[in-house]
Design a protein around this ligand. Structure first.
Ligand code: ADP
Length: 488
């Protein structure tokens, strides 16, 4: 097998900097691709957290002026990842998160912060570095999505390796006013319907969808959903025109980090054979969230961003009814201030039934997976979703909305699936308060039948949620594109 070199481009990468699932994928895919003959270097912005985590960093290119200030490109390693880091203090040396201040306001110069990253990727692809030439460019989400456009508008004869764009969430599109175009270094003719123009502005994700050779997204169901107006968020027309290039590949999980038999963040380790140990984690979880130590109560766990997408307002509305059938809730999340307040109020009004932690807490996130009986994901849309995959591994039975990757990864415990012995959780549709309550009632009913419940748990724990198959699919796509170009 000829090895190939992939240059990945991502605005976040776990464990260095993470706001969501994109970071998990960018962080885990390179190791899985190694076994498929793909060597990945990932280009990331030099945020303070990234620079602090680098090992063996060396400067390999200097710019006296790059998008408004001096910059340099570093080659470095960090926790097993090969990285190129764009060290540009005027763009990335900020107090807040990757995209905005801590109170959630986007940085005003995001167009330039991420165009700089994408443009550098295209320069490397064209041969800017003497001793590194990628065979394929794999760009993630809008912050990297201009790279295929830069390659498209490069001068005639320039090297143009094939490009793959992965959409992790089409809700984030990177749309900016027309006035930014000149400073991006794109030619005036690029401002066209078959270029980077999007509803009168410049659309980064739109540009990527226009020019990438293949478009992948993180589950088969989401790849079909985004072709429709309900989920496509204005990009469905373009995606439909490119439907034959749109491919859904499920995410895997990092099995080193999410493994109940070795997880150092939970009080008691266990596996399928040692499931009877699991209730000790349930007790620890109840304690952490201020809930009574009741082994018989159905304990519902949630770990989530608090946003409209995640549908947790429905859970909030459902709480008065759910409380009537004696369940407990342990919710860890942060985001939308009204939702944060809503859940904190609920914890005050329903003490002993609702425990809430507002904030981002890796330890607590692992304990919820290890201790909850049910893991709830009521998303209105969900490109893939990782938490229900962790839940499968940890024997927390997922209750999920029937959308996107949730639909593709959980087998609903209807009568037939239960009889066939293949069920792994509960799905509900439509995504409404009443359907959510009905699914929790179903879960509660099966929960009282211990052998059946145990069967659901072990089916989940047996499910292959590794990166092996997804990595093979990405590698296949890379190879097909490279062969079609006659690059190797
Ligand atoms: P999204 O990327 O839309 O937020 P995913 O399910 O794909 O949703 O990924 C969410 C990731 O973030 C998971 O690894 C989850 O455990 C983690 N996470 C979300 N909220 C929190 C939190 N409050 N504390 C700790 N981890 C969290």
């Amino acid at each position: 097998m000829i090895r190939i070199r992939a240059l990945a481009v991502a605005s976040e990468i776990s464990p260095l900097i993470k706001t969501g699932g994109l970071a998990d994928v960018a962080g885990a895919l390179p190791a899985a691709l190694l076994a498929e003959g793909v060597d990945t270097v990932t280009l990331v912005p030099g945020y303070p957290k990234v620079l602090a985590a680098l090992r063996e960093a060396r400067s390999i290119h200097d710019f006296s002026e790059y998008f408004g200030g001096p910059a340099r490109l570093l080659a470095a390693k960090s926790v097993g990842l090969d990285l190129f880091v764009l060290d540009a203090p005027h763009l990335y040396l900020r107090e807040g998160g990757p995209y905005g201040s801590h109170d959630g306001v986007d940085y005003p110069d995001n167009a330039f912060r991420f165009a700089a990253l994408a443009r550098l990727a295209s320069s490397i692809a064209q041969g800017m570095l003497q001793d590194y030439l990628p065979d394929v460019l794999h760009v993630h989400d809008w912050p990297a999505a201009l790279a295929p456009a830069y390659l498209h508008y490069a001068e005639p004869g320039a090297r143009r390796p094939p490009t793959v764009l992965t959409i992790h969430n089409i809700a984030f599109q990177g749309k900016f006013p027309k006035s930014v175009l000149g400073a991006l270094g794109l030619p005036p003719e690029s401002f066209a319907i078959d270029g980077v123009e999007f509803y009168g502005g410049v659309g980064f994700l739109k540009a990527g969808l226009q020019f990438a050779d293949r478009i992948t997204t993180v589950s088969p169901s989401y790849s079909a959903e985004i072709l429709t107006p309900e989920f496509g968020m204005g990009l469905e027309g373009l995606l439909r025109a490119r439907a034959s290039d749109v491919i859904g590949i499920l995410n895997g999980v990092d099995e080193e980090v999410w493994n109940p038999s070795r997880d150092s963040l939970i009080p008691v380790n266990y596996n399928q054979a040692w499931l009877p140990l699991r209730p000790r984690n349930k007790a620890a979880l109840q304690q952490l969230f201020g809930l009574p130590l009741d082994s018989q109560a159905l304990l519902i766990g949630v770990v989530s961003r608090l946003s409209w997408q995640k549908g947790l307002d429905l859970l909030l509305e459902a709480l008065p009814e759910i409380k009537l059938f004696g369940v407990q809730l342990a919710l860890l999340g942060a985001g939308d201030k009204a939702l944060e307040r809503g859940f904190l109020d609920a914890a005050r009004v329903l003490p002993g039934q609702v425990g809430v932690k507002i904030g981002y807490d890796e330890n607590a996130a692992h304990l919820v997976q290890a201790g909850a009986d049910v893991f709830l994901v009521p998303s209105r849309f969900e490109p893939c979703g990782l938490t229900q995959l962790y839940a499968l591994r940890y024997g927390a039975v997922p209750v999920v909305a029937r959308v996107g990757g949730l639909q593709d990864t959980i087998i609903d415990a209807n009568e037939m699936a239960l009889k066939a012995g293949v069920a792994t959780g509960f799905q509900f549709s439509p995504v409404t308060k009443d359907a959510l309550i009905a699914a929790l009632r179903r879960a509660r009913c099966v929960f009282s039948d211990k052998p059946r419940w145990r069967h659901l748990q072990s089916n989940g724990m047996k499910t292959d949620v590794s990166w092996r198959n997804p990595a093979r699919r990405y590698a296949q796509i890379f190879r097909q594109l490279i062969q079609a170009r006659g690059e190797t």
